[in-house]
Design a protein. Structure first.
Length: 366
């Protein structure tokens, strides 16, 4: 029976000097890790757990399995920027991805931007002006219980919106799981494929994504058919999602998608209970061990209402900011959100705090 290994950061720092240099930079960003838990698992059960500081881990690496050394190296990989036409999206600091749903039934803003192209265009322009690095355009709701959308309808919804965004020079991702929509969206001016099925929904998707040369976002969802929320059963949600994303990353690499064009999303809210979503939020630093940029989509999610007197979606901004900040503290590179201006403001304040910490040597001896 094979043993799986997971190297999870368990102590984070806002600067290396606060740990006398005994910390590593996670994902090339503005977060540092100084202590780690090495978790061993067999047949879905954790069998051992040991803890290391950075010096202890470096001293032990030669005696540890290759998988552990690979994960330690992965955590320290700097992430290449995403090239989106004339725009370059740097991933050495958190970036905000604004959501534009041109759907009648999305859980938060369904129908709000579908019927009037001018309203949708004005909203997208406002998000770009507010600081969104990328606009994510979706024409199919992925909320639990949402009806499947005919491909032709999805195309009619997203292509005009993407064309108008492209005309204003925005960086654009297309939120779709259908290769025909991916192709039409990229032709209309989109730059990134954001697939909530991680290129599993249609067997042609992986081939097209590789051929297109576009960056791809691979999101975890337990369902393999129309219902992405189905079959959400986990021995350990954190480690199971980690293994699943590693398999999808490797499948994308095998298909010819370059490593620097793969982004991973743990899929908060997709086929997961409140407790499982919270476990994933608390374990986000672990996912740097996969060596890819991390996208976090928790904006206005049901988990916020569950923790706050069943607050409706439009009253979940405070919770969304709290979760986004938690993601930034974990080194997440991309935040997919509805409330762009508020999240950008939170990001800018967070970054100011990090910049101050990184340049503060006042309490070091000598």
């Amino acid at each position: 029976m094979s043993t799986s290994f997971y190297l999870r950061p368990i102590a984070l720092a806002d600067s290396p000097q606060s740990e006398e240099g005994e910390a590593i930079r996670l994902g090339g960003g503005m977060v540092y890790a100084s202590r780690f838990a090495l978790i061993e698992r067999e047949a879905g059960r954790v069998t051992a757990r040991s803890r290391y500081s950075v010096p202890e881990l470096r001293a032990a690496l030669d005696q540890l399995p290759d998988a552990v050394r690979e994960q330690f190296d992965n955590m320290q990989r700097g992430q290449a920027p995403l090239q989106c036409g004339a725009r370059t999206v740097r991933l050495d600091q958190p970036q905000v991805m604004g959501i534009l749903n041109v759907t009648p039934d999305s859980f938060s803003d369904g129908g709000q931007f579908m019927d009037d192209p001018e309203v949708a265009h004005a909203h997208a322009a406002a998000m770009v002006e507010a600081g969104a690095a990328i606009i994510d355009v979706g024409g199919e709701s992925t909320r639990p219980g949402a009806a499947a959308v005919w491909e032709g309808d999805e195309l009619k919804r997203v292509v005009p919106a993407i064309e108008r965004l492209a005309a204003m020079g925005a960086a654009i991702s297309t939120d779709t799981r259908r290769p025909a929509v991916m192709e039409a969206a990229l032709a209309a001016g989109a730059h990134i494929i954001n697939d909530v099925s991680a290129l599993r929904h249609d067997p042609r998707s992986m081939e097209f994504a590789a051929r297109s040369g576009a960056p791809v976002v691979l999101m975890h969802a337990p369902g393999s058919g129309e219902d992405l929320h189905a079959d959400g059963h986990y021995a350990d949600v954190v480690l199971d999602v980690f293994d699943w994303l590693r398999e999808r990353r490797d499948a994308a690499l095998d298909a010819g998608i370059p490593r620097e064009k793969i982004v991973l999303d743990p899929g908060l809210g997709f086929g997961k209970t409140l407790a499982e979503n919270l476990a994933l939020m608390n374990a986000l630093p672990l996912f740097h061990a996969l060596g890819q940029p991390i996208l976090l989509g928790v904006s206005r999610k049901r988990m916020i209402g569950a923790l706050n007197n069943e607050a409706p979606a439009h009253k979940r901004i405070g919770g969304s900011i709290a979760l986004a900040t938690r993601g930034m503290d974990a080194g997440v590179q991309l935040l997919r959100v509805h409330d762009v201006a508020e999240t950008v403001q939170a990001r800018d304040v967070w970054r100011g705090l990090r910049d101050a910490a990184l340049t503060d040597f006042s309490q070091l001896a000598g």
